[in-house]
Design a protein around this ligand. Structure first.
Ligand code: M6R
Length: 615
């Protein structure tokens, strides 16, 4: 979704803002813009397309020593991607400038009122309405910008992360958030603002995260004041230290972030398990479980809420927790859960899963469950994200930054965390013998090393990609633990290569999808030895009888499937519960190589955003 970068201070803001916008490209966008000011000269530049085009456009303009820069990448919500709709937006008087991430839901009403008062609009955006609404309040109430922003936001319905500037006070910026993240980087005499901290990672390690309903007044060379937007309560902000470094957010020799992130999975899982898994001792150490022992002992039901890939990980979690801990689990799309008046009890544990920790629907569903009295135990990757801050407790996946829009290492590390949770709950509920537990933990401990061996065999997947990359449809089938993997494989393919793909439980094939199968239809079947093997072999035979092209993911040393499938990819033999951790990898590679062959933009697929911060 939209990306925000701003800088106010003694350095040249132009490279800071442009490089910052480039770092936010992974969020997804369709136009970009920048505002520069030295107090006298003001320059706004906007383009449809990429930040590189904005850079080219700026090269043709007059240079001056700006002291303030505000940049934006826009992911269209209200109005098509064009120059007029791109940010920054300037108020009618020309004094106020605003960049905005989010949606102002009541913008229509506000716009109508402003038009009646003589305002005109050049764009179709809700953001242009907001900047003029602030201007109108400032003018009619005779207040300073900070107060005007506060008053305007009290009348706004929706979500926002905004940065506002007033030409009459050139060394000040007002920043506010509700639902859309805002990080503020601190240096001796200046401030950086970002939708996350990546734009200023190379400038400072000190960061403040705004909470919902908070605003900050930044004065260059002076101070920062953080206050509530709905009252005047001041907060002394906690300055946090950034742990991620520049290397983490660069490609490190890989042509795409996605490929780098696929390769990072063994290490990412090592980081997930470190300090938590003690395989030889047959122990799992999760500090948050000790702190909330009674909640986990008494839990009658677990509800997992998530979107996209994280929802698929949640489905694997359901199999794991129900199998090992015998606690009923429901897995819900956050967007459905929040609007269907769900039954939530005080002895429910609700687990929101989110890589970014900023997905609007997951955040809203979490808040709903919290209000209903459930205990909220989050699984997030981004430390300090909105979801992680709203939960009662939880675990980080420690996968490191995931920049590619297609989620890869986030998925497998989420499954690793869910495995730890399932086994820990099994210990609490006494549903697994110590011997069986130890044997599973020893297997889990070996996952990163076996994943490395699997990654080393990726060329075989590339060869298959060469054969099927021109397909227009593709079917993914799996059973049990591998049904969610089939869904994930299909999602990966469609989002980055734009091939229509469907994931199905293999047995459901006969209830409809079988009608699609012909000699042009590649069918990816996860057919590992542990878990319904004979049944899946029959499914493969049914596909072959209809001339479908079968690409089977099989356990090492398989002979039966190899005789009937067109292509086989071997993965390590494992207990059924760990097959998703292996079977996912070749599917990630398959979608990656196919997308590259089709010359698609792998890391920034069309229409998609990395974190979906609007509903
Ligand atoms: O940050 P989140 O895990 O909450 O994001 C959820 C989905 O938007 C995300 O998984 C999306 O489906 C990915 N593009 C899938 O690769």
């Amino acid at each position: 979704m939209c990306g925000i970068v701003a800088y106010l201070g003694p350095k040249n803001p132009l490279p800071i803002v442009l490089n910052g916008l480039q770092r936010l490209e992974y969020r997804g966008y369709d136009s970009a813009g920048i505002f520069l000011s030295d107090g006298l000269t003001r320059q706004t530049t906007k383009v449809v397309g990429k930040v590189s085009e904005l850079r080219n456009e700026l090269a043709t303009k007059n240079k001056f020593d700006a002291q303030l820069g505000m940049g934006h990448t826009r992911w269209a919500t209200h109005g098509e991607p064009n120059q007029l709709n791109a940010h920054p937006h300037v108020s009618n008087s020309g004094d106020l400038v605003l960049i905005h991430n989010g949606i102002i839901e009541n913008y229509g009403v506000l716009k109508k009122e402003l038009i009646e008062r003589g305002y005109h609009f050049t764009s179709e955006t809700d953001s242009e309405v907001l900047v003029n609404w602030i201007e109108e309040i400032k003018k009619t109430s005779g207040v300073k910008l900070g107060k005007a922003v506060q008053m305007a936001l009290s009348q706004v319905v929706g979500a926002y992360g905004i940065v506002v500037h007033d030409n009459s006070n050139p060394m000040e910026l007002i920043v506010a958030r509700l639902g859309s993240p805002i990080a503020i980087g601190l240096e001796k005499e200046g401030f950086f603002v970002g939708s996350d901290a990546t734009p200023f990672l190379d400038h400072t390690r000190e960061v403040i995260y705004l909470e919902d309903n908070e605003m900050a007044i930044l004065r260059a060379g002076k101070d920062i004041q953080v206050r509530q937007t709905d009252n005047d309560t001041l907060r002394t902000p906690t300055v946090e230290e950034l742990k991620w470094n520049l290397e983490n957010i660069q490609k490190g020799g890989f042509p795409h972030f996605m490929l780098k992130e696929i390769h990072e999975q063994p290490d990412a899982i090592r980081n997930t398990l470190r300090g938590r898994l003690f395989a030889e001792e047959g122990k799992i150490q999760i500090s948050s479980f000790n702190e909330h022992q009674s909640v986990f002992t008494q839990a009658r039901r677990i509800i997992i809420i998530a979107c996209g890939t994280s929802w698929h990980a949640g489905l694997v979690g359901e199999y794991l927790i129900e199998t090992f801990a015998r606690i009923p689990v429901e897995v819900e799309y956050a967007s459905e859960f929040r609007y269907r008046n769900p039954l939530i009890y005080s002895d429910d544990i609700v687990i929101p899963i989110s890589q970014s920790g900023e997905t609007a629907d997951t955040l809203a569903a979490l808040k709903l469950a919290k209000k209903a009295g459930a205990f909220i135990y989050g699984i997030c990757n981004v430390v300090g994200s909105s979801i992680s801050r709203e939960t009662h407790s939880g675990m980080y996946t420690h996968a490191g930054p995931e920049i590619g829009v297609a989620s890869t290492k986030a998925f497998t590390t989420q499954i690793a965390v869910l495995s730890l949770i399932a086994f820990k709950l099994a210990v609490i509920k006494e549903t697994l013998s110590p011997k069986a537990l130890r044997s599973h933990l020893i297997e889990l401990d070996k996952v990163p090393t076996l994943m490395e061996q699997l990654i080393a065999e990726k060329e075989q997947v590339e060869e298959i990609a060469k054969i099927i990359h021109t397909a227009t449809n593709c079917l993914y089938l799996g059973r049990g633990y591998n049904f969610p993997v089939a869904l994930e494989g299909a999602l990966k393919l469609k989002e980055i290569s734009y091939i229509h793909a469907e994931g199905y439980p293999a047995a459901e094939m006969k209830h409809g999808p079988i009608a699609l199968i012909d000699e042009a239809m590649p069918v990816v079947v996860i057919a590992t030895r542990k878990g319904h093997y004979e049944k899946i072999v029959s499914n493969i035979q049914e596909i072959k009888s209809r001339k479908g092209i079968v690409i089977a993911i099989v356990s090492k040393g398989d002979t039966s499937v190899k005789k009937i499938a067109d292509y086989c990819i071997e993965i390590p033999e494992s207990s059924e519960c760990f097959t998703p951790l292996y079977a996912t990898l070749p599917l990630q590679f398959l979608s990656y190589y196919i997308a590259v062959l089709r010359e698609c933009n792998v890391d920034q697929p069309r229409n998609l955003a990395k974190s979906v911060t609007v509903e």
